[in-house]
Design a protein around this ligand. Sequence first.
Ligand SMILES: C[C@H](O)[C@H](O)[C@H]1CNC2=NC(N)=NC(=O)C2=N1
Length: 97
Amino acid sequence: MSIARLTDTELSDLLTRHPDWQLRADGLALERTFKFTDFNEAFGFMTRVALYADKADHHPEWFNVYNRVEITLTTHDAGGISGRDAAMVEWLAGVAA
Ligand SMILES: C[C@H](O)[C@H](O)[C@H]1CNC2=NC(N)=NC(=O)C2=N1
C-alpha cells in the first residue's frame, strides 16, 4: 500500500518543532541518537518503542550499543518520510527527553 510523503513545508515544520532530529543526507529519512545512563535504560526505551511500533504497524530502523540508541525513521511504503514518521517523532518526544 502506498502512502503520501510529507511535503517540504510539513517536513521543515516538523524539524523546526523537533530540532533534535536530523534529515538524512538523501532527504528520505529522519535520524536521532538517544543516550541513556546504561544498557538497562536503553533497552527499556527500546521495549516501549517496539510496542508502539507494532501497534502502529510502523517500525523504526535502529542500532544499539550499550547506552546509545540510534533511530532512523522512514516509510518504506512511501519511499521517504510520511505522516507515520511524523507521528512517531511526536510520540518519541514524550517518551525520551
Ligand atoms: C505490511 C505492513 O503493514 C508494512 O510492511 C508496514 C510495516 N512497518 C513499516 N515500517 C516502516 N518503517 N515503513 C513501512 O512502510 C512499514 N510498513
